[in-house]
Design a protein around this ligand. Sequence first.
Ligand code: SF4
Length: 473
Amino acid sequence: MFKQVENNDYISNFYRYKLFNKKTKTYLLTSDSGAFCFLNSQEFRQLKRGTITSQKTYQLLEEKGIIISKNNIKKTQIQMGTRYSFLQNGCSLHIVIPTARCNLGCDYCFADPSEIHAPKGENDMDEATAKKTVEFILNSPSSAITIEFTGGEPLARFDLVKIMVEHAQKLNKKLKKDLRFSIVTNLSLMNTSIMEFFIEHNINICTSLDGPKQLHNKHRIIHAKQGKEIGTFDTVIHWMKTINKEYKKRNINNKVYALMTITKDSLNYSKEIIDTYLELEIEMVDIRAMMYVGRITEENNKQYLYEYKDFITFYQKCLDYIKELQKKGIEIEDRMTHLYKKKILTGKPQYHTDYESPWGAGISALTYHSNGHIYCCHEALGNDDFLLGNVHQQWLELFQTKEMAFTIMSSMLERNPQCDRCVYKPYCSTSPIENISSQKDINFRPSKTIRHHETLFHCEREFNKILENETRE
Ligand code: SF4
């Protein structure tokens, strides 16, 4: 009945596939540009054999760039360029550690910071290194620069934060880059004059909030003298509310943002965690499983680690609750769901350094240790394989090192044979730091990584929804 489509002068593009629905024998196909389509088994067979007979199927495959013809070659090139545009933008996120010391003793911290009373010496930046760091950062070819202060606890050296912000702003008068600042702080050393400085200099504030008081105070504690432990929940809430109130009073469209760490203790608190965030008017929650990096290992941290399936059960409960709230008209969303959905539906990069392949670390983000050493990311501090250089070098020298090549190559999913065949590869990513920390090997087993399970969860959820809608239509 069908004739082979006429004028079908095409070649097959590289695509990955999977029998997505065994019952209906529906195949999911994806291309490297992030485009996707569903085919029934007959259409799929014809594509494989190069004998497409239906005009509709031909048009669909041409539109998605699964086949390349003279009609779509330009469009396919543009789609590919757009998908990987994050590789061409230069380094825009610069994470600076003014001090490696911290006043909290959170048992789940991957960073193993020095105690707050430790000697400043090697733990803190000196003023010359702080200024040099800013100069190095502003030499990035990127026209948009964000300098993010983190730690240790960066407010333990607010004087250095102030010096770097003012120095960067002074230099930028000539450079005229889109210069932004943010700080990740536990808020326990906050005071009114620091708050004023942050508001005056438009510095975004992000803190850590694990959920309700009993949960947050279980891990995020200050070790006071005589072995007394003080939970930080009340302080965090006080400063979040105070700063948000100031923003409102001054008509500034901003809010203090917060991130949570999900431990085994969190798994029974799905609703309470989201309610705590809602109370602080945070409309985007970031629910992510703990990564095995730094001093977090399966052997040493059994008391708060969990099986991935337990995390998924918890995550599903959170998403169900979020849906319930959305139905009531309450604005709240989960960042990871949003990110995967946008990746799938738009085919565009989402500029999240941890969620691209190759990874953004080293390409679009760098981390500056208090001693002036430059690493690909915060989690890599102290690991010489990912030590890219230091702030006294020239910008370009950093990108000619074997460590930079190693960073990029080790974060490309294509290196892994299972990932290279995986239909979800265009939406997935991997962290070489996590792979080395948890599997002691750069050649990782996907099923042993959190990212693998996260990607399967989100992609299957989104593609099921899309297929259901297509079928209904
Ligand atoms: S990590 Fe898993 S989901 Fe991601 S590309 Fe590899 S096999 Fe696929």
